[in-house]
Design a protein around this ligand. Sequence first.
Ligand SMILES: [Zn+2]
Length: 383
Amino acid sequence: MLKTYKFRIYPNKKQEIKLLETLNLCRFTYNKQLELKINKYKENKVNLTQFDLNNNLIILKEENKELKQIHSQTLQDINKRISLAFNGFYRRLNKREQVGFPRFKSKYRYDSITYPQSGFKLENQLYISKIGQINIIKHREIEGKVKTLTIKKTSTNKWFACFSVEQESKSHSNLTNEETIGIDLGINHFYADSNGNLVDNPKYLRKSELKLKKLQRKHSKKLKGSNNRNKSRLKLANLHELISNQRNDFLHKQSRQLVNNYNTIVVERLQISNMTKNHYLAKSINDASWNKFLQLLSYKVEETGGKLVEIDPRNTSQLCICGNKVEKSLATRVHRCNNCGIEMDRDLMSALIIKEKGINDFSIITVGTTGIQACQRTSIEVQ
Ligand SMILES: [Zn+2]
């Protein structure tokens, strides 16, 4: 299991300049290599592999001597990123999803430098090859073997060190099936559970999201390239960061509470609607939250030796616990069954059905974490 530990780092002025230079050169390399890959394909239908791109680095370094300032594995990691971008592109293409071709990166879209295996050392300070000793706030101990380091700059100009760590997961052998809960993730509530609880997004989060909408509207009216637009970009980035922190905090607390109280958590397989196609802000925020929530559940159950069960989402909202079919449109909020007479919030009923499906083992898609993690390129951040 791969986990990520994220620590704030405080480069001094000189180091920050070097980091920014490195970032710029990495972005330059990324765009150059991407251009080469695209051109080779256009010209003679040759699909350059990651290995080919690695070989091309020698030529690129000859033409651009300043690239020699950069750790060689860091440059190679850029080729890996390009390959991953293309893999993702083809995967979505095969699934017939709407898909954008891998893009050239602007200054704002290239924000991290990776050191696979070597080029760094973590003690009281963080040593990075060709940058120096950087102050770091290590707010917790790292458990496991560090695989890679990624240095990240946020859009609010903060720097972070992210250590990717290999950890062994605990075995599932002492699992009991007594404590099972069904979770229905929804638009009206963050989730409903099979014990009759409705959990909403916290008020402060909704407030921030409203503020974001307003700010985005304002930002879009600012003249491109103007000073005012740059200022509002930073404002927007700060608010995005705040919301993301607030949301992560909420998701961590909710998932922790579930994992501590239940052995088996049953959820629906998420059908993340195509986010690029979806301009409806609230919906895409939800999609992102749910996805993250399931990731968090998945790594937390793995730690405690619990189970996360994903079931087929078909019909969960149209069935009654008595087995009767109760068809409801999206607008119908209350479940009313003619057969058994039960009347309750539709999401609470869905949660009961989800639990039922999980217990009866029918329509289970995955047990454990593989299904969720397989489609995640990045690993999970520890908090
Ligand atoms: Zn019924």
